[in-house]
Design a protein around this ligand. Sequence first.
Ligand code: FES
Length: 68
Amino acid sequence: MYVCLCKGVTCGAIRSAVQEQGAVHLRDLSRNLGVATQCGKCACAARQVLQDALDGSACCAGASEAAA
Ligand code: FES
């Protein structure tokens, strides 16, 4: 699922950033992937996906609700 439409960043890309690059904050995702650096509308959904990834929760659980 796309989390950031402006930069074409998916849930999987955010999870990879967490696992492979050690991202722990939204600013890490912004720096590494460009998340929330254009319109900013994805910030809440990106935070949710990031938190789910850090917690080890299932992919995109709740992210679609946050993005809606
Ligand atoms: S949707 Fe992510 S910056 Fe616009």
